[in-house]
Design a protein around this ligand. Structure first.
Ligand code: TLP
Length: 346
């Protein structure tokens, strides 16, 4: 296959030779018996980074979110979530199918909700209404454009939730990016959530894997449901080793991805009809609109593909670019040159 510059997602990163070596040399055991030392080490490391009592290794971010929803709720409960969030839009309707919950969606500003907005949406305790059981937050917010949840907003939302007896789950698939961009530690964010899911296979190079973290009691429930959902893995140390390697070697470099994303955004702003404000590119995700170029996103993506650059078009006129481990500074310049074949300079 041709060597494309792949800006469709940070999920496309491949394990580096050093990561593969760590995987090949990993000590393993049967993790369903709790006997895989590498999985256990990753879980301890994750719990520590996230400041929680326990963590569990699971195959994907989707499973991490869905196990959290399942473990926190009863069928018929309501989960308040942002309208463009991942669990509501991109997890195949699993919240309804697997946990029997309904979402109440609120529209945020680039994915970010306010405590006052949530307060209004919480159901009164009356038998007509579903029980508002859980609030779902996403940091960084994917469809919001990689937006960082301000710590103060998370704090306010958590305090509100606690005052009403409601739980908070944080989809932290890219919490590492938020943390590297702000200097705020992952655990300083996750202290404002009862549970948190993080991914090792987005931007960090690990081939598979996410962690769910929370209290011991919560993780016991998650463990049971992981078995029920078929997510119990055996000699999973081979992939957990990639996760440990990623956390030890690939976190700091996320800053480069953020610089590359900014550079792309600033370059894109030079084109006529491209609607983008680089100040909103806070991490590694860039979302822009091409309505005023007269082209659809799919048409732009097709020309770019012929130029050797893969991008992700969604809706009719929106495009998402994501920078990651396998995209260099030079690749960004090549991608911007390719955009010159599609758009006119201002
Ligand atoms: N996001 C993927 C796609 O599913 C859209 C991507 O390319 O960005 N939470 C967030 C915030 C995510 O962005 C994703 C993946 C997930 C959860 C799910 O993770 P996986 O793909 O491991 O199930």
């Amino acid at each position: 296959m041709k060597d494309y510059i792949d800006l469709r997602s940070d999920t496309v990163t491949k394990p580096t030779p050093a990561m593969r070596k760590a995987m090949a040399e990993a000590e393993v055991g049967d993790d369903v018996f709790g006997e895989d030392p590498t999985v256990n080490a990753l879980q301890e490391k994750g719990a520590d980074l996230l400041g929680k009592e326990a963590a569990l290794f699971v195959p994907s971010g989707t499973m991490a979110n869905q196990l959290s929803i399942k473990s926190h709720t009863q069928p018929g409960d309501e989960v308040i979530i942002e309208a463009s969030s991942h669990p509501y839009n991109f997890e195949g309707g699993a919240g309804a199918a697997l946990s029997g919950i309904q979402f109440q969606c609120l529209r945020g500003v680039r994915g970010i909700l306010d405590a006052s907005q949530i307060e209004e949406a919480i159901r009164p305790s009356d038998h007509h209404f579903p029980v508002t059981r859980l609030i779902g937050l996403e940091n960084t917010h994917n469809r919001g454009g990689g937006t960082i949840y301000p710590l103060e907003k998370m704090t306010e939302i958590y305090r509100l939730a606690k005052s009403k007896g409601i739980l908070v789950h944080l989809d932290g698939a890219r919490l590492w990016n938020a943390s590297m961009a702000t200097g705020i530690k992952p655990r300083e964010y996750s202290q404002w959530a009862d549970s948190v899911s993080v991914c090792l296979s987005k931007g960090l190079g690990a081939p598979i894997g996410s962690l769910v973290a929370g209290s011991k009691i919560f993780i016991d429930r998650v463990h049971r449901f992981r078995k029920m959902f078929g997510g119990g893995m055996r000699q999973a140390g081979i992939i957990a080793a990639a996760g440990i390697y990623a956390l030890e070697h690939h976190l700091d470099r996320l800053k480069e991805d953020h610089q590359n994303a900014k550079r792309l955004a600033v370059g894109l702003k030079e084109f006529k009809g491209v609607s983008i404000d680089p100040k909103y590119v806070e991490t590694n995700i860039i979302i822009f609109d091409v309505t005023d170029t007269g082209m659809t996103g799919a048409q732009v993506a097709e020309v770019m593909r012929r130029e050797g650059v893969l991008i992700h078009a969604f809706g009719k006129t929106q495009i998402r670019l994501v920078t990651h481990l396998d995209v260099t500074n030079e690749d960004i310049e090549v991608a911007l040159k390719a955009f010159e074949k599609v758009f006119y300079k201002k």
